[in-house]
Design a protein. Structure first.
Length: 201
């Protein structure tokens, strides 16, 4: 396959696992919100921002290894803000309490920036953002500075006690007998509930 955009919703909606690895896709804008999607692989694509990303309500695992966007220091946090803070694994790593906390605290303010091509360049208050295309920069507070300062002592204690990988709640669909997967990288459809296979070559 040599896909530059994602296929239509009608072709993707039935699958819980999708792979588009090694395709020259540059944008997430054509990927629809898929209510059954739990696993998404976009390794070795050419995606550089989360511009156009849609919320994926059931997504628990995503991989975007060896793509331009992963060079960003705050890639994990931006991925959570773009696709949903319910995600438990990114690039085969468990999300930490600290990463999830940042995304949950800031998603209401930052989501509109992240899904329109902005990148986080500084995560502490005020948060700095860079527009990948225009190179415009903005700085903004996502919480009241005084409230943030008053909460620091409590937050530091809480983080030290609970900042750990969330192995206990990570979800895998590989053993789900009803799960369906579609790989556009290998051009092969597998359905664990039956023996059908389809080549898209």
């Amino acid at each position: 396959m040599n896909l530059q955009t994602f296929p239509d919703y009608s072709l993707l909606r039935q699958y819980s696992s999708l792979s588009f690895c090694h395709n020259p896709i540059t944008s997430l804008s054509s990927l629809p919100s898929l209510p059954e999607l739990t696993s998404l692989k976009l390794d070795h694509t050419k995606i550089s921002t989360f511009d156009g990303a849609k919320y994926q309500p059931q997504l628990s695992s995503i991989s975007m290894q060896s793509t331009p966007i992963t060079t960003s220091k705050y890639f994990f946090e931006m991925c959570l803000i773009a696709f949903g803070t319910q995600i438990t694994r990114i690039n085969e790593k468990n999300i930490t309490y600290k990463q999830r906390k940042f995304a949950q605290e800031n998603e209401n303010t930052l989501h509109k920036y992240i899904v329109t091509g902005w990148l986080i360049t500084k995560g502490s208050q005020p948060i700095h953002l860079l527009n990948y295309q225009t190179r415009k920069r903005v700085s903004l507070y996502t919480v009241n500075p005084k409230e943030k300062q008053d909460a620091n002592s409590f937050d530091q204690k809480k983080v030290s006690e609970t900042d750990t990988d969330i192995n206990s709640i990570s979800k895998s669909t590989t053993n789900d007998p009803s799960s369906r997967s579609f790989s556009y990288a290998s051009s092969f459809v597998s359905t664990s509930s039956d023996t059908r296979s389809k080549s898209t070559s």
